[in-house]
Design a protein around this ligand. Structure first.
Ligand SMILES: [Zn+2]
Length: 248
């Protein structure tokens, strides 16, 4: 099964309530794609040297690995995962749904306070593959507004397209200061196969410099949390250190 298919099956129900409106002015130059007129942007954070490359590797390369978690925040599994990561002193990246951010803003603040990186994963996990840049931009800005309301001042470093269906989103994400974030290893944890199997998939699938895709939201992710707890010491024992995904 392909990684794209894996992501496609991983979502859960979109929800739509009030719309975050607080706009923040951009304070530094942006990398604008040719022909795009973005006007006043919702800042993804201080200007970063991002580009539209979908990155799948860690920043440092070598014997490092990056854990990334999609579809949260989840009121049960995200706090459990944060506790596991804190116990092992590992920093990870969380790719957030705007609708879930709206429901659980305090968890976004906790993620940021723990030093993890934030990633925009769209408002309601839509397939943006056929969208115009304008449609993508509105969705990404709405999501960033919600994240910024939940965690004021936090940098939103990455964007990950739902289902890996990128379409024109990498250019828009880069113009908004977010590095498109892919993955090299997906453990297909949307349908929990047992903690032991997830551990096996991580340990056998990981390669130096890999970005690993897992989920802390969108379903029962207790097996994922347990697998993370077990694999971190094993990876460290093999000489791996934990890094964040590259920003170009
Ligand atoms: Zn997802």
């Amino acid at each position: 099964m392909t990684a794209r298919h894996a992501e496609r099956t991983a979502g859960d129900r979109p929800r739509s309530r009030r719309t975050g409106r607080r706009l923040r002015r951009l304070v530094a130059p942006l990398l604008l794609s040719a022909g795009m007129c973005l006007g006043t942007l919702t800042a993804a954070g201080p200007a970063q040297a991002v580009d539209s490359t979908v990155i799948t590797s860690t920043q440092s390369g070598g014997r490092t690995v990056s854990f990334t978690f999609d579809d949260g925040p989840d009121p049960t599994h995200t706090p459990n995962l944060l506790a596991v990561l804190r116990k092992h002193n590992v920093k990870a990246t969380f790719c957030l749904w705007g609708d879930h951010v709206r429901q659980h803003p305090h968890l976004v603040a906790r993620i940021a306070a723990d030093g993890h990186r934030l990633c925009n994963h769209s408002l309601s996990h839509q397939d943006m593959g056929g969208w115009s840049q304008q449609q993508v931009r509105q969705n990404l800005e709405q999501t960033n507004n919600l994240i910024r309301q939940a965690a004021p001042g936090a940098r939103i470093t990455y964007f990950r397209a739902p289902y890996g269906s990128w379409g024109q989103s990498p250019q828009v994400a880069a113009a908004l200061g977010m590095q498109p974030l892919g993955w090299r290893l997906a453990i297909n944890d949307w349908q929990p196969p047992g903690t032991g199997e997830l551990v096996r998939r991580i340990m056998q699938g990981v390669t130096p410099g890999a970005v690993v895709l897992m989920h802390d939201g969108g379903g029962d992710r207790s097996q994922t949390v347990a697998a993370v707890d077990q694999t971190i010491p094993q990876l460290k024992a093999q000489g791996y250190t934990f890094d964040q995904p590259a920003v170009r």
